[in-house]
Ligand binder design. Structure first.
Ligand code: NAD
Length: 438
């Protein structure tokens, strides 16, 4: 079986689906590997590093494999280069890019979407949503620190004491937990809120405080461990309660999302008006519209003296590790597709069956079919995010889905309040909420 990797063509995409380190690990499986010249350049992997790892590199290698692995959804031109019956793996946006899905079906491509891999324990090593959200959450924490005209940690200096910055993280999924961990490491006093009460413990284990909002709801958890979409009334109440809390924050990092739906609106203009001048909002939900009313996706704007950053494509801003983690996800999925070095797709396997979007000229994924206008299934059939989520999905600490486990132990480990290392600053004197809890 031959696996090939093209150079990404989408604007701003710097990741690559295979890195030399993962190629070395795949070699013993008997898979032949080929990469298009320059494919890894933007992620700091020159052609020579692939060659050293036993990968053949050439200008026309990208679509030469039985299986083609990509990062971004394929362009029409790229789909045109796939052969009938060929296998394509990548982020395909099965629910929001119906034209791409239809084109893949029409071309007879057997496609697998990384977004649609069931988020079950067995498939954690293939969970690219988690690996890339880990990068996005980390970057969001750094952006908040960089944009803020204040220190994050408490400082005790000859010129007096600086109080730690108050940071609020909205949405404590994979990205949110990583943003919390990053802001804590930089010494901020972190508060976090999520509609799923199950994450309270995870938030607290990272040394942050769970923001209690009396929304009067049982729980915001829906199916498969994901949040449900709140009713209009619940959302309204949440926005009002949050506005007061946000007013006291130096930085807000918002990551709240409902799979397959636009991001919930959590931060209204009134909340921004209540923030101190110079405060910052980093809205990484900008990818799906934004959690803040004033977010302009892809832009940084200043409104009411508050800087509102709406970054897009955050994983691509850290292409080396984002690619390394993604390549491990790809490699774990590809290993599921081979038997003694030969391509063998077992559609009885729930991971392959759940992730498969098109096959034999048809759209076979129900939610994707519906999004493409080709299904009569009732509304409830559309799983959030298009994934066939299993009920045995378990809460996961940030970074824990990565096969290689790089830097995962630190993130997964509960962090004692005030213990985060910020260049040797005296965290124990932190007068923020952490200190008062301990
Ligand atoms: P996501 O990106 O879909 O959502 C981000 C967060 O926003 C979620 O925590 C969600 O609860 C929150 N949110 C939604 N609406 C909100 C609102 N109105 N106010 C505040 N917060 C809101 O989620 P994700 O990070 O991809 O995954 C969510 C969870 O799924 C994970 O934390 C984990 O528990 C579970 N998961 C399980 C596995 C597994 O393999 N077992 C893998 C990945 C994720």
């Amino acid at each position: 079986m031959k696996l090939s990797v093209p150079k990404e063509v989408a604007e701003g995409e710097r990741r690559v689906a295979l890195v030399p380190e993962v190629a070395k690990r795949l070699s013993p499986t008997g898979i032949e590997l080929a990469v298009e010249s320059g494919a890894g350049e933007a992620a700091y992997h020159p052609d020579s590093s692939y060659e050293e790892a036993g990968v053949s590199v050439s200008a026309d290698a990208g679509f030469s494999g039985d299986v083609v692995a990509k990062v971004a959804p394929p362009s029409a031109e790229e789909i045109g280069r796939m052969s009938k019956g060929g296998v394509l793996i990548g982020f395909l946006q099965p629910l929001t890019a119906p034209d791409t899905v239809r084109a893949l079906a029409d071309a007879g491509v057997t496609s697998f979407a990384m977004e649609a891999i069931p988020r079950i324990t067995r498939a954690q090593s293939m969970d690219a949503l988690s690996s890339q959200a880990t990068v996005a959450g980390y970057r969001a924490g750094l952006i908040a620190a960089e944009e803020l005209p204040r220190f994050l940690p408490m400082l005790t200096t000859a010129a007096g004491t600086v109080r730690p910055a108050q940071v609020l993280v909205l949405g404590a999924g994979v990205a949110g937990l990583q943003a919390i961990a990053t802001a804590r490491r930089l010494g901020a006093s972190v508060n976090a809120f999520d509609v799923r009460s199950a994450v309270k413990e995870q938030i607290e284990s990272l040394g942050a405080r769970f923001l209690e909002l009396d929304l009067g709801l049982e729980d915001g958890e829906g199916s498969g461990g994901y949040a449900r979409e709140l009713t209009d009334e619940e959302q309204q109440k949440q926005r009002e309660l949050l506005a007061d809390a946000i007013g006291g924050m130096d930085a807000v990092i918002s990551t709240a999302a409902i799979p397959g739906r636009p991001a919930p609106l959590l931060i209204i203009e009134d909340a921004i008006k209540q923030m101190k001048p110079g405060s910052v909002v980093v809205d990484i939900a900008a990818e799906t519209g934004g959690n803040c009313e004033l977010t302009e996706p892809g832009e940084t704007v200043i409104k009411h003296d508050v800087k509102i950053v709406g970054p897009l494509g955050l994983p691509s801003t850290m292409p080396d590790h984002a690619s390394a983690l993604y390549a491990r996800n790809i490699s774990a999925l590809v290993e599921l597709m081979i038997d003694e070095g030969e391509l063998k797709l077992d559609f009885e396997d729930e991971v392959l069956a759940g992730a498969c979007i098109t096959r034999d000229g048809e759209i076979v994924h129900e939610a994707a079919k519906k999004a493409a206008g080709g299904s009569t299934e009732p509304d409830g059939s559309s799983e959030a995010g298009g994934e066939a989520k299993s009920q045995d999905a378990e809460p996961e600490a940030p970074g824990s889905s990565e096969a290689g486990g790089e830097a995962k132990s630190q993130d997964a480990e509960p962090e004692a309040p005030g213990s985060s290392e910020a260049g040797g600053e005296p965290q124990s004197q932190d007068a923020g909420p952490e200190a008062s809890r301990s």
